[in-house]
Design a protein around this ligand. Structure first.
Ligand SMILES: Nc1ncnc2c1ncn2[C@@H]1O[C@H](COP(=O)(O)OP(=O)(O)OP(=O)(O)O)[C@@H](O)[C@H]1O
Ligand SMILES: [Mg+2]
Length: 473
């Protein structure tokens, strides 16, 4: 794993290093140029002074001011050494300063420049010693010596030494600057990362028991608002899912316990004393009702558990939806007749792939509700249309669904009428129907009241292949 701090510090250090190297190189070049210009200026000045002083003398009588200007005395420091030589216009030596044991070099270019009345400057080597030279045409100071050229030279060793010392200093500063930049980069990275550390610590401290807490650290900082918002939204979703799960577990255990309590009560009371055969029979009938209720609840929970785990449907085959509707509705004939409810079917032919048993349960739950909540003597209308998929509409003549119940209609264990909570249904019918529709890539929705409730089930022709990852709530 790479360290962000180290990587950032390294980048800062590399940037500063490149900057220091570039500015160092520019500084050394600039200093070299300045030093050479200064030396050239000094040499030209010396040549001018010597030329003016010797303007009156002729040829070989020319005398240099050796002690003063040329510092040619015994053992002068190298910075002060100057060499001087007088040449005639053909480039032949006339006089040279006493510190010269042999002639300096006079390049032809200097002769040409001097002939044109220009001062020439150039670098040369004399007896292995690097020199900077100025050739000054004496015609510039007086006609008497216009045929002579005055050359003044100085060793460049001191200049070179200065440049080396400056370069070493620049390198040292570059190294120190780079180290400082690395340390600064690490420090800056640590400062920049501190908020994420605090956000992480807060996120870590939120556990299953404290899912209602939210991250507050740096929530106002422009750079971290998005991160904190995204994390808090994720916590919202987790909290919501967790609440639903907990509610489901609570409701499921409560629903399972109720029939078991009734069963135990029935058995305890019956066993308290001797009973007649008829009494035992009545108890057993009541117990059977509770066992039926328990077994229905268990199978409903199993269906929902399966739909939660999103396992693919096992028994998929072409299903004749119209036939399926007729089959399901016929099972409600006697219940409807008991309540004087008329069942009307208007179905087009639609065939699509699906799990027949699951689709039967979906339709059955819708028709069951419609028959159960329809007013006595009313009508339950079941319509099936082929609209590029199966569209099944179930409407009844009941009281409809009050608006405050609509948002929770498909929530597991939701039952709208508290008065009927105990005796009727478990509140899982619509949740199961919705899960079944989604398992087939379709959806189930509450359309509205007209005035009785209207539900619409849509199933795509592609069948379960179009199944989404949607989960029931
Ligand atoms: N056609 C309808 N008319 C009026 N209310 C309805 C209708 N269908 C459902 N409801 C309301 O929605 C609630 C949830 O329905 P759902 O089918 O999930 O559960 P249930 O019918 O109470 O029990 P179960 O279907 O598990 O036996 C019902 O309790 C009822 O209040
Ligand atoms: Mg129901």
């Amino acid at each position: 794993m790479t360290s962000f701090r180290a990587a950032l510090a390294l980048r800062v250090a590399l940037g500063v290093f490149a900057l220091l190297v570039a500015s160092g190189v520019v500084s050394v070049i600039a200093l070299r140029t300045i030093l050479y210009r200064q030396l050239d200026g000094t040499l030209v000045h010396l040549a001018e002074v010597e030329a003016q002083a010797g303007a009156a003398t002729s040829g070989s009588e020319f005398k240099f001011h050796e002690g003063v200007l040329l510092a040619a005395r015994e053992g002068p420091s190298v910075e002060l050494i100057r060499y001087a030589q007088l040449w005639n216009q053909d480039g032949r030596p006339v006089v040279r300063s006493s510190n010269l044991s042999s002639d300096l070099v006079l390049p032809p270019s200097a002769l040409v420049a001097a002939a044109a009345g220009r001062v020439a400057t150039f670098s040369q080597s004399w007896r292995g010693r690097p020199l900077r030279s100025v050739v000054y045409p004496m015609q510039l100071v007086g006609a008497a010596h216009q045929v002579h050229l005055l050359q003044v030279a100085a060793p460049t060793e001191p200049l070179r030494q200065t440049l080396i010392r400056f370069s070493v200093l620049v390198m040292l500063l570059t190294v120190l600057g780079t180290i400082w930049a690395y340390a600064l980069g690490r420090k800056l990275a640590a400062v920049a990362l501190r908020p994420t550390g605090e956000i992480t610590a807060q996120a870590e401290s939120i556990s299953a028991g404290t899912l209602s807490e939210r991250i507050t650290a740096h929530a106002d900082a422009e750079e971290f608002t998005r991160l904190v918002t995204v994390l808090n939204l994720m916590l919202d979703r987790l909290d919501g899912a967790f609440q639903i799960q907990r509610q489901f577990t609570d409701d499921a255990s409560h629903e399972l316990r109720a029939p078991l309590t009734v069963l135990k009560g029935e058995l305890d009371v019956t066993l308290k004393r001797e009973r007649s055969t008829e009494e035992y029979r009545e108890t057993l009938v009541r117990c059977r009702e509770e066992v039926k209720r328990l077994s229905r609840l268990a199978s409903d929970l199993l269906v929902l558990a399966r739909s939660d785990s999103a396992v693919p449907l096992e028994h998929v085959a072409d299903v004749d939806i119209r036939g399926l509707i007729h089959r399901v509705v016929s099972r409600f004939d006697s219940a409807a007749a008991t309540r004087g409810v008329h069942l009307a079917i208007h179905a087009e032919q639609v065939t699509l792939p699906g799990d027949e048993r699951m689709l039967e349960q979906v339709v059955s739950n819708l028709v069951d509700n419609a028959v159960r909540y329809c007013r006595s003597g009313g009508e339950v209308r079941i319509e099936l249309a082929d609209e590029g998929g199966a569209v099944l509409t179930v409407r009844d003549d009941g009281p409809g669904i009050s608006p405050e119940h609509v948002p929770r209609l498909f929530v597991r264990f939701f039952r709208g009428d508290p008065a009927r909570q105990r005796s009727d249904g478990t509140g899982l019918g619509l949740a199961i129907a919705k899960a079944g529709a989604e398992a087939h890539g379709g959806h189930l929705e509450f359309v509205g009241n007209g005035p009785g409730a209207i539900f619409r089930l849509c199933l795509p022709l592609e069948g379960p292949a179009a199944r989404s990852t949607a989960r029931v709530t």
